[in-house]
Design a protein. Structure first.
Length: 327
């Protein structure tokens, strides 16, 4: 599939991102005919901060329907209270007898701290898009290749630098929050390529913030990402801005643009993104955001549904990958 994007500046669309399935420690299944045990509970953040979660939920519900799988859905805001609510929602579904769970965490650490998955080893959990680290009770992951997303964003910036003919350019980095386990992967993939250019003085981070703990935003909320960018701009003279911003996702890009506009900047730097959100589509059309990455959410949902159906029917599940394509 080729997506034609309408950006005034260069754009990248990743159509059909890498899908991965990682086998778990246990393959036992429970198929005693109980309706609840054949039902799948879907847990996602709500779309109050990130638009795409509403799309993900519908895609997952539709994909499960193609396999004849009944679903019950739970959403929670991406806040501290929302993380606690998601734990309670998970507890309710398990107590109701649901044996198959698709989980996109608000805060994966809170899920681990709850001990719910360890207490119920008969419940099969598939992580959708966001990883849960350090938990042996995860049956499968269904996700894009998160490090490759970071590498793709970084390579885009490197290509822009090399095409500029300049000896050096300035760069600032905006990553997501620690409660999203993918944030570290986005960063690791990007810094893997960027570090040499930073060390050689070809990409100059004037704020000095390059370590992961220094470049995280408090959340994916646009306002929190704006605050993070405002912090970076303190290292620049009035009216000055970096040449490039490695924004891990569209919300980070939107926050960066808001901060830059608030500082009176009209000529935007090169700014990356991820999620192909409607707001960032508009920003790319207007020339304010430079690129975004489309992870093909329908493919990811279909992959997740395929995994869940395999678990329910006790059939072999084969990991599959599709390659990136660009336009």
């Amino acid at each position: 599939m080729q997506n034609r994007f309408f950006g005034m500046l260069a754009t990248i669309m990743m159509c059909g991102a890498v899908m991965t399935g990682l086998t778990a420690c246990s393959n036992e299944d429970n198929n005693d005919g109980n309706v609840k045990e054949k039902q799948v509970a879907l847990f996602l953040p709500d779309n109050s901060r990130i638009d795409r979660w509403g799309t993900d939920l519908k895609n997952l519900e539709d994909a499960m329907t193609t396999y004849g799988i009944k679903t019950v859905s739970y959403v929670a805001p991406e806040t501290a209270d929302g993380a606690a609510l998601q734990v309670e929602q998970l507890k309710k579904a398990i107590n109701d007898g649901v044996k198959y769970i698709v989980l996109t965490t608000v805060d994966y650490k809170k899920i681990n701290e709850s001990g719910l998955l360890e207490q119920h080893p008969d419940v099969k959990v598939v992580c959708h898009d966001r990883f849960i680290f350090d938990n042996p009770r995860i049956a499968f992951f269904s996700s894009t290749n998160t490090k490759e997303i970071g590498r793709t964003q970084a390579q885009f910036l490197i290509d822009q630098f090399q095409a500029s003919g300049k000896d050096a350019m300035t760069l600032e980095i905006l990553q997501g929050p620690a409660f999203d386990g993918n944030s570290q992967d986005y960063y690791d993939g990007a810094i893997e390529l960027l570090q040499k250019y930073i060390d050689d003085g070809k990409l100059v981070v004037k704020s000095g913030k390059t370590a992961f703990n220094d470049v995280m935003a408090d959340s994916w909320d646009v306002e929190d990402c704006k605050k993070a960018m405002e912090d970076r701009l303190k290292s620049y003279a009035e009216g000055e801005r970096p040449d490039m911003v490695l924004a891990a996702a569209d919300n980070a890009a939107q926050g960066a643009i808001a901060a830059l506009e608030g500082a009176g900047i009209t000529n935007m730097p090169i700014i990356t993104g991820q999620d192909n959100s409607p707001a960032s589509q508009a920003l790319i059309k207007s020339g304010k955001q430079t690129m975004t990455i489309d992870k093909n959410l329908k493919d990811m949902a279909n992959n997740t549904a395929m995994i869940v159906n395999g678990l329910i029917t006790n059939k072999p599940i084969t990991s599959r990958k599709t390659t990136f394509s660009f336009s």
